[in-house]
Design a protein around this ligand. Structure first.
Ligand SMILES: Cc1cc2nc3c(=O)[nH]c(=O)nc-3n(C[C@H](O)[C@H](O)[C@H](O)COP(=O)(O)OP(=O)(O)OC[C@H]3O[C@@H](n4cnc5c(N)ncnc54)[C@H](O)[C@@H]3O)c2cc1C
Length: 345
């Protein structure tokens, strides 16, 4: 009989992130389709009662918690010890966890300690005829694979954004506290603060409906023989401000900065989409001044609806990579879009 454990950590305010609710949804669905399975939840954080209460209506029969100041921040050694202790207390055979940066670093280590196995970047978990399988993409999201394992415990890291978040309601949950004795060697790392861009400089927004992608065309000489960088910058930033879209880029555009050429200052390699960039998940994507080459568009695998604006009717987007291609000047298109959005707001 399988015991499915959802392992989550709380956020700074004691709540559960959407990614934790997505893992909970995946695990609850698995539990439903796996006759005789047990379903439990393990929470780690400074205080986990509020988080447990917020999901009390989920089908879990038991809640385990490791709490205290040592578990408020992401640190490998205390997190690993806490996760190991909960897995043992729950006698978990399947551990479903959100692949947050905090858990992604920790869970393979816990699997190693418990003689189990860990799979990362999982985008689906299912059971049929008592057998559990997971889905995962390979070769930069070009191939999807379904795999099974006999080894237990099996740690399954669910990619954030790949599931619907469970909407199970709140209530009062009884949390069984698990004691973890941390030696001094596990507390050597001290978190002294978090450095992050200012809110308005943060252009990567994983939860946005739309991904807006800029390509090197924005920096190229235009019909008048001149590049128009200040105008490009204004059009792009105006659109981002109005739409709250997440900003992606082609490799060529972010590389230009490294080569000492004038580029858009708000772009970094973190914005790059593609084979050597990110594979974000958004309902819609709009690409501008980007050619739509294969290494770039593999990063669009999980974008629901793709549109592109390019002057070139033979660009990569025209060859089946976009649902809609506007053969047009992106400077003009985005100026008009911004104008229309200004009227609406
Ligand atoms: C191993 C490998 C890995 C790679 N990984 C990635 C990756 O992860 N991500 C990635 O992006 N690339 C990647 N590349 C590079 C990729 O192959 C392309 O070189 C790159 O994506 C091209 O960027 P671009 O379309 O912005 O620029 P360009 O190819 O220069 O295209 C610019 C486009 O802008 C258009 N344009 C110009 N002016 C306008 C206008 N006014 N209105 C509308 N359109 C206009 C032009 O018609 C042109 O199509 C990789 C390459 C290799 C070899």
């Amino acid at each position: 009989m399988e015991t499915i454990l959802v392992l989550a950590h709380t956020e700074n305010d004691g709540s559960l992130a959407k990614s934790a609710r997505e893992a909970l949804h995946a695990a609850a669905t698995l539990h439903k389709s796996l006759a005789g399975s047990k379903f439990v939840v393990g929470l780690i954080g400074e205080n986990v009662q509020a988080a447990a209460n917020s999901i009390a209506a989920c089908p879990a029969t038991k809640y385990f918690g490791v709490t205290g100041a040592d578990f408020s921040q992401s640190r490998y050694a205390p997190d690993t010890a806490a996760a190991e202790a909960i897995c043992k207390a729950a006698q978990a055979t399947i551990v479903v966890a959100p692949a947050t940066s905090r858990w992604a670093r920790v869970l393979p280590g816990v699997a190693q300690r418990l003689g189990g196995r860990a799979d990362t970047h999982v985008t689906g978990v299912a059971a049929a005829d008592g057998k559990i399988s997971i889905n995962r993409w390979y070769y930069r999201q070009r191939m999807e694979c379904v795999s099974m394992r006999t080894q237990r415990p099996w740690f399954v890291g669910i990619d954030p954004g790949s599931q619907t978040a469970c909407d199970c309601g709140a209530g009062a949950a009884a949390v069984e506290m698990v004691t973890v004795n941390l030696g001094d060697a596990t507390k050597r790392t001290t978190v002294i603060g978090i450095r992050e861009p200012k809110a308005d400089a943060q252009t990567i927004r994983p939860d946005a409906q739309l991904m807006f992608v800029t390509g090197a065309g924005w920096t190229k000489k235009q019909a008048d023989g001149q590049p128009h960088l200040p105008e490009a910058e204004k059009l792009i930033l105006d659109f981002l401000k109005k739409s709250r879209a997440s900003l992606g880029s082609s490799k060529s555009l972010v590389d230009l900065g490294g080569e000492g050429q004038a580029v858009l200052p708000f772009l970094s390699h973190m914005n790059q989409i593609g084979q050597t960039g990110a594979t974000p998940r958004h309902a819609k994507g709009l690409s501008t001044c980007c050619h739509g080459e294969e290494p770039h568009t593999v990063g669009w695998r999980f974008i629901g609806e793709r549109r592109a604006v390019n002057l070139d009717p033979n660009c990569g987007w025209a060859r089946g990579k976009a649902d809609v291609l506007y053969v047009a000047d992106a400077f003009k298109v985005m100026a008009k879009v911004n104008e229309l959005m200004a009227v609406q707001t």
